[in-house]
Structure formats: structure tokens, C-alpha cells
Design a protein around this ligand. Sequence first.
Ligand SMILES: C[S@@+](CC[C@H](N)C(=O)[O-])C[C@H]1O[C@@H](n2cnc3c(N)ncnc32)[C@H](O)[C@@H]1O
Length: 245
Amino acid sequence: MTMNAIGQINTIVGDLNKNSVVYDLGSGDGRLLIYMSKRFQCKGVGIEFDPIYVERSRKAVHANGLDDLIEIRHGDVCKVDDIEKATVVFMFLCYQTNAELQHVVQTAYDSGAKILSNMFSLKYLGDPRVKEVCDGVTHLYLYCKNEEEEQQQQQQHVQEEEQKKPEIIEKLELYLDPLRNPWIIKIFHGAMAFLLMLLGFLIFYAGIHNIHLYNISFLTICLWGLTTWVFSKVQKAVERKRKDQ
Ligand SMILES: C[S@@+](CC[C@H](N)C(=O)[O-])C[C@H]1O[C@@H](n2cnc3c(N)ncnc32)[C@H](O)[C@@H]1O
């Protein structure tokens, strides 16, 4: 990329400053990062797989006293694993590498970075916000979210979170109040049914063996009452504990 075109980048990106972190994917001799750091004091990360360029650019960074601001990595741009730190991503790569790089670029874009592609538009990011021809030959395509889009995404996120809420509350309630657990309620109803059957059986038994019915009924009713009382006490205790929490 020509120095003249590099000099025009800020008019397209708009807000480069010392808080910016520029990633140059395929950084070549490092000229773009060196210019940006010198002019705007921004941080830069360059990724380059040609060892000759890596060495040349590292020397240039050192010669310009920018070791603290610029890091040149020797590697493949498709394997960058911290792209979400970028506020601006620059790329001047061939069509094929651009396609292979989609996951990296998409991550950067989703994290709010501005993406500036030289020569090739990036169809997967939709229409470019700015399309500029610098120097008569350099075609720059800028992709970034606008505030409206970001707000929409934010709202969507909030709605998704809201949808998860009832599920979480329900689980929490069951945890805090286990007596509302459908299984415990089923067991309780089972116990009640068992007591009723027992009562029926005892009445039958009393009929056969001539035992006074009121004794048997009294015993069963006491048993039933006791179970209900214990159950309601436990339920109240759990309720109290839940309120305390
Ligand atoms: C056209 S140059 C751009 C250099 C610099 N960004 C500039 O604008 O001056 C593209 C650079 O990307 C490097 N490159 C291409 N594919 C790459 C890959 N997969 N990983 C790392 N570097 C790559 C090339 O070695 C070359 O130096």
C-alpha cells in the first residue's frame, strides 16, 4: 500500500488515537503500523508469515523506537486467537485468504472493531459503510456497526436474557422450595392414597374379626392427620428459609 494511501486512512476510519489497537493481517514491511503508531500513538499488532518481512518490519519498528507499541508476530493470519482486542483491523490480502479469514474477521466485527479491507470487499459483512478510492488505485472498504445496529443487537440480547429468566426462576424455586417439586407432591399423594387403602382394609378387617370400628378409624385418621401436619410444618419451614435468603 502506498504511503499516500496510508496517510488517508484516518479520514476513513475516523477516530484513531492512543487507545486504538490496530491489527494488520499480513503486515508486510510494517509500514502501516509504524505510520499509525507514530502519528496517533496507537498500539499495533502485525501478523506476517514471510520471515523476511517479519525480520525487516521488526527492525523498522525498533529503529523508530516503537517496540513498546508494536508487536510483529510470525504466523498465519487465519490462526490469530486474540482478534477481539482489535479496535481496527486492516487487511490487504488476496481473495482466497480473505475468504479463509472469515471467522477471524467476523469475530473482530462482532466485538465492535472497524474492518478496513484494501482491494477486496467482504461480502459476508454486508455492504461497506464507506468505499473510497485513494491515490487513484487503492480501493478501501470500511465495515463497522453503526449505533442503531448496536442498539438493536443489545435489545435482542436483553430479550434473549429475559426469555431465559422464567426457566432460571423456576429451577431456583424448586431448589429453594423442594416441596413444590412434582415428584415430592406425587409421593405425598401416593402416601395419602396408601392411607386411604389402609383405612379401607382395616374397616374390612374389623368387620371380619368383630373389632370396634371406631378404634380402627380413629387410628387411621390420627395417622393421616399426623402426616398432613408434618408435611405442612416442613413446607412452612422451607418457605421461611426461602424468605430469609
Ligand atoms: C499485499 S501485502 C500487504 C502488506 C501491508 N499490510 C501493507 O498494506 O503495506 C500482503 C502481505 O500479507 C502476507 N500474507 C499473505 N497471506 C498471509 C497469511 N495467511 N498469514 C500471514 N501473512 C500473510 C504476505 O506475505 C504479504 O506480506
